[in-house]
Design a protein around this ligand. Structure first.
Ligand SMILES: Cc1cc2nc3c(=O)[nH]c(=O)nc-3n(C[C@H](O)[C@H](O)[C@H](O)COP(=O)(O)OP(=O)(O)OC[C@H]3O[C@@H](n4cnc5c(N)ncnc54)[C@H](O)[C@@H]3O)c2cc1C
Length: 503
C-alpha cells in the first residue's frame, strides 16, 4: 500500500531539536509533520535533564548571571580542535535569538540552574550557562501531549506511565509538543523514515514504513533530519568503531538506529565523526543494560587489575572516554561503603533494585575489603582503597587530582579537607559493575552554518537539513558543558527553519 501526504516541512524524529524546529516552523505558518518511528514522542530527549547549553540568553541576563556570547566564544575556541568557525558563530548568534523566540510563547519558559561546565578552559563560567525548561503539570498540557509523551527513563523501562509534574526533558518535550499541536502541527507516530525522495537534485520528501505499509510524505520546503544517532544499532556501531554497546546505550529501546543518516548518505550527503558519542559510565543492570551515572560522591572505580585509572568525579563524558581507553576498564568495579545505607553514592538513572543486583551479580557485597577482593578475584583492591583513603585524609588525590575542579565537588557533601574525597570505610562494602554507556552517538550528516546538508565537495543538498545527533556534532570529540546535545540540536533546528523561511 502507498499513500501520499504533502507538507511544507517534514521533521524526522521528535527529540528537543526536532520539536524546536517543528514548533518554529508551525509558528511561522509552515504546515509541518513530525515523523516518529515509535508510538511515543521525545526519544532520549524525554529522558534527559532538559539542560540546554545556550550561552548569552535572556534567561541568564534576567537573573544577572555572569555569562556572555564572548566568554562562550573564548571557551569553545580554547576547547575545540579545528572547529568550523562559521558554525560556532552561527551557534553563538542563534542561541539568544532562539530562546527569546521560544519564550514569546506562553507555553515555553526557561530557568537557570547552576551546573558547572566540563572543562577548565578560558571563558568557562562558574556555575555554567545551561538553562532548562521550568516544570509544568501534565494537566496543563493538551490531552494529545499527555498521550504521546515518552515517560522518564526509570518509568519507561518498567513500562510505566509518566509523572504528574513534568521536569527536565519531560517539560522540554511536553512544552514544545504542546505548542506544536496547538498551532496545528501533525504528529505521525509509527512512521519509520527509511529513504529520502528527490525531485532532480532537490530533496522532496521521505518514505516511511508503517504497519500499513510504506508511505511517501512530500515536503515542499524542506526535510529536517533530527532523528538521533545510531546508538541503538550494534551493527552500525561496530562498523563505525563507536565504543560501548547498543545494549548499554541510554536511548529508548527501539529508537535510534540511524537509517535517516544512511538515507542522507545514499543521496550524496557527507557524513562525519561516525565513531563519536556522548559517553558516560553506565551502571550495569541485571538485564544487561547500562544506566547513565554521574555525580560520584565517594568510592573508587577500579579496572580489572583492581587499580584506579581516573578521577571518578570527572564529567561523565570525560570519564567514559577514560573507560574506553583500555579494555581492562570495561567492565570496571565501583567500590563503595555503607556510609549511605547501601545506596550507590552517585546519581544513577536508574539505580535499579538492590536485591536484583545482588542476585544477578552486578553488585557484590562483603563485610571486609579483603573478602570483597576475594569475591571479585581482585587482590589489589584493598591496597587501592587504602591509598585512596589516605588521600581523603590529606585532601589531595595525588594520583588523579580528584576534587581540584569546580565540577568534582558539585555533587559532593563531604566535610573533610576535600569535599570530593570521602573514605571508603564503613562496612559492609560493595562493588557495582560498570560498563561504558552513552547518551547517543554524535556522528552523522555534515551540515553548514544554516544546518543545510552538504556533499563531500561542500555543495549544498537542496531541501535537506539536519540537526541533533543525526549530524556530525559542532563540538567534535568534546562535551563542553551540561546541555550541549540539546542546546546545539535546538539551535541548528532553529537555523534550519530560518533558512527555509529565508529569514
Ligand atoms: C538520563 C539522561 C539525561 C540527559 N540529560 C541531558 C541534558 O540535561 N541536556 C542535554 O543536552 N542532554 C542530555 N542528555 C542527552 C540527550 O538527551 C541526547 O543526547 C539528546 O536528547 C539526543 O537528541 P536527539 O534529538 O538527537 O535524539 P532523541 O531525543 O533520541 O530523538 C530521536 C527520535 O527520533 C526517532 N527516530 C529515530 N529514527 C527514526 C526514523 N528512522 N524514523 C522516524 N523517527 C526516528 C526516535 O524514535 C526518537 O524518538 C541526557 C540523556 C539521558 C539519557
Amino acid at each position: 500500500m502507498s499513500s501520499e501526504q504533502v507538507f511544507d516541512v517534514i521533521v524526522v524524529g521528535s527529540g528537543g531539536g526536532a520539536l524546536a524546529a517543528a514548533h518554529l516552523a508551525t509558528k511561522h505558518g509552515l504546515s509541518t509533520a513530525v515523523v516518529e518511528r515509535t508510538d511515543k514522542v521525545g526519544g532520549t530527549s524525554a529522558y534527559s535533564g532538559g539542560a540546554c547549553w545556550l550561552p548569552g540568553t535572556q534567561v541568564q541576563a534576567r537573573l544577572g548571571i555572569a555569562d556572555s556570547t564572548e566568554s562562550a566564544r573564548t571557551y569553545l575556541g580554547a576547547l575545540l580542535d579545528d572547529p568550523d568557525t562559521a558554525k560556532v558563530e552561527a551557534f553563538l548568534a542563534e542561541a539568544p535569538r532562539l530562546v527569546a523566540e521560544l519564550e514569546e510563547d506562553e507555553l515555553i519558559e526557561f530557568e537557570f540552574t547552576p551546573f558547572p561546565e566540563y572543562y577548565d578552559r578560558p571563558g568557562r563560567v562558574s556555575g555554567g550557562r545551561s538553562i532548562q525548561p521550568s516544570n509544568i503539570l501534565r494537566t496543563d498540557l493538551p490531552e494529545q501531549v499527555d498521550a504521546l509523551l515518552r515517560p522518564p527513563v526509570e518509568r519507561d523501562r518498567q513500562g510505566q506511565g509518566g509523572r504528574r509534574t513534568l521536569s527536565g526533558g519531560q517539560a522540554l518535550i511536553g512544552r514544545l509538543l504542546a505548542a506544536f499541536v496547538r498551532d496545528g502541527g501533525t504528529v505521525l507516530t509509527g512512521h519509520t523514515m527509511t529513504e529520502l525522495t528527490l525531485d532532480g537534485d532537490r530533496v522532496s520528501g521521505v518514505v516511511a514504513q508503517t504497519e500499513a505499509g510504506p508511505v511517501t510524505l512530500t515536503a515542499t520546503r524542506g526535510v529536517i533530519l533530527a532523528s538521533g544517532g545510531y546508538e541503538g544499532s550494534q551493527e552500525r556501531r561496530e562498523a563505525r568503531g563507536v565504543a560501548g554497546s547498543a545494549a548499554w546505550t541510554m536511548a529508548p529501546r527501539g529508537t535510534n538506529q540511524g537509517e535517516p543518516i544512511d538515507a542522507a548518505a545514499a543521496i550524496g550527503a557527507a557524513t562525519g565523526l561516525l565513531d563519536e558519542g556522548w559517553f558516560c559510565p553506565g551502571l550495569a543492570q541485571p538485564d544487561g543494560s547500562g544506566t547513565f551515572t554521574l555525580g560520584f560522591r565517594s568510592g573508587v572505580m577500579l579496572d580489572a587489575d583492581g587499580q584506579r585509572y581516573a578521577n571518578e568525579c570527572l564529567p561523565y563524558d570525560r570519564f567514559g572516554r577514560e573507560m574506553a581507553a583500555d579494555p581492562k576498564r570495561i567492565p570496571s568495579w565501583f567500590v563503595f561503603d555503607n556510609a549511605e545505607g547501601g545506596n550507590l553514592p552517585a546519581i544513577a538513572m536508574p539505580e535499579g533494585d538492590h536485591e536484583a543486583h545482588f542476585a544477578a551479580g552486578t553488585w557484590i557485597t562483603a563485610d571486609t575489603l579483603e573478602e570483597l577482593a576475594e569475591k571479585l578475584e581482585m587482590p589489589s583492591l584493598p591496597a587501592s582503597v587504602k591509598r585512596f583513603n589516605e588521600f581523603c585524609e590529606t585532601g589531595v588525590d595525588e594520583d588523579f587530582g580528584r576534587g581540584a575542579d569546580e565540577y568534582d565537588t558539585f555533587f559532593s557533601f563531604g566535610t573533610g579537607a576535600n569535599k570530593a574525597l570521602n573514605p571508603v570505610a564503613v562496612a559492609p562494602f560493595y562493588a557495582a559493575r560498570f560498563v561504558l554507556s552513552d547518551l547517543g552517538t554524535k556522528g552523522g550528516v555534515v551540515t553548514d552554518a544554516a544546518a543545510r546538508a552538504l556533499r563531500p565537495d561542500g555543495s549544498v543538498v537542496e531541501g535537506l537539513y539536519a540537526t541533533s545527533n543525526a549530524t556530525a556534532s559542532l563540538f567534535g570529540a568534546y562535551y563542553p558543558g551540561p546541555g550541549a546535545p540539546l542546546g546545539s540540536a535546538m539551535v541548528f533546528g532553529s537555523l534550519a527553519v530560518r533558512d527555509i523561511l529565508g529569514s
